[in-house]
Design a protein. Structure first.
Length: 330
């Protein structure tokens, strides 16, 4: 293990892992066109999972809050976005790309706005009374997740809900023998943009500095006159909004959603956060990409192992790096 770690650090560290996985898959798959299609699918899936998991990583790693209700925001984001898209269905099918983009923007804005408001309510009413008590956090947030699923059932019903897509995101690009779905390319681009924005805010702005300083020495930052509670509420709201945006993207990816969406994604999101390392945006991105690639490669090579691929990956990573691939440095 030590020799492998030293070799990886010499040639790029843990960032080299997706490349290694991709090269091994290329050899096993054999067909270049199939490999490219699976790789693009894995990267886009990873970016959508990153949107859902990045907020949890910040909340869990920076605020020390074990929020098992995080996936409720994923579900609500998906259903709010689906309802907005259904309402704007006339714009989605129009020949005007501008109307398509506007409809998609409004649907995503609705999901983000809901995530911000719901995140504020969740933090102030549910999380704040149980700070520094992990057992009660787990119990109360799991209860909140169950209640959220029942609210979704009451509003949208138990039948699967169809999610329309904008006309400009339908179809695929054909490059030689390679088929690339347009929606997957869009998901990858959006996830990358969100990652760059988060990385910039946390590492290059005063707000990011205050958040990281507040985690390390809350009393000192408060002594300087800054309201750490407000900052942490803001972090929770942004994390919840990102989860809602991830749910909206996943809804368009699946095109058919059920109230069980949040519960199904909860395990995947926690696996990504654990693999990447708590509180690390870089680690979350790396973990999400690894999960996305492994799910697609193994689903093609060994379908019976597809469901277990995430757990196998997590066990392998934790045996090698117990703190995750890129844990936050506090």
């Amino acid at each position: 293990m030590n020799q492998i770690s030293q070799t990886l650090e010499r040639f790029g560290g843990v960032y080299l892992l997706p490349v290694i996985v991709g090269l091994i898959a290329f050899v096993l798959i054999g067909a270049p066109s199939s490999w490219v299609t699976l790789t693009v699918a894995g990267l886009s899936m990873g970016m959508m999972i990153f949107l859902m998991a990045s907020g949890l990583s910040l909340i869990f790693g920076l605020m020390d809050v074990m929020n098992f209700g995080h996936s409720a925001f994923v579900s609500f984001g998906a259903f709010v976005s689906a309802s907005a898209l259904a309402y704007l269905s006339g714009w989605l099918g129009a020949d005007s790309v501008a109307l398509n983009i506007l409809a998609l923007f409004l649907a995503f804005a609705a999901a983000l706005a809901f995530g911000l408001v719901a995140g504020w309510f969740f933090e102030v009413v549910i999380i704040k009374p149980v700070y520094h008590d992990h057992l009660r956090q787990i119990l109360i947030t799991m209860g909140a997740l169950i209640v959220s699923e029942q609210i979704i059932l009451a509003i949208w019903g138990g039948a699967p809900v169809s999610v329309p897509r904008p006309a400009f995101l339908e179809g695929s690009w054909l490059i030689g023998d390679v088929t690339i779905e347009i929606y997957r390319a869009f998901a990858f681009a959006l996830g990358l943009a969100v990652y760059l924005a988060l990385f910039f805010v946390l590492t290059r702005t005063r707000i990011g500095l205050l958040i990281r300083a507040g985690v390390e020495n809350r009393e000192m930052v408060e002594a300087l006159g800054y309201k750490i509670n407000r900052l942490f509420v803001g972090v929770f709201m942004v994390g919840s909004a990102l989860a809602a945006l991830g749910g909206a993207m996943w809804a368009g990816y699946e095109t058919l959603i059920t109230p069980a969406l949040g519960g199904e994604m909860m395990i995947v999101v926690f696996i990504v956060v654990i693999i990447g390392g708590l509180g690390s945006v870089e680690g979350t991105l790396l973990g999400a990409i690894m999960v996305g690639l492994m799910a697609n490669y193994i689903g093609f090579l060994a379908p019976k192992l597809a469901l277990a691929s995430n757990m196998i990956l997590m066990m392998a990573i934790l045996l090698w790096r117990p703190s995750g691939l890129k844990p936050a440095v506090k």
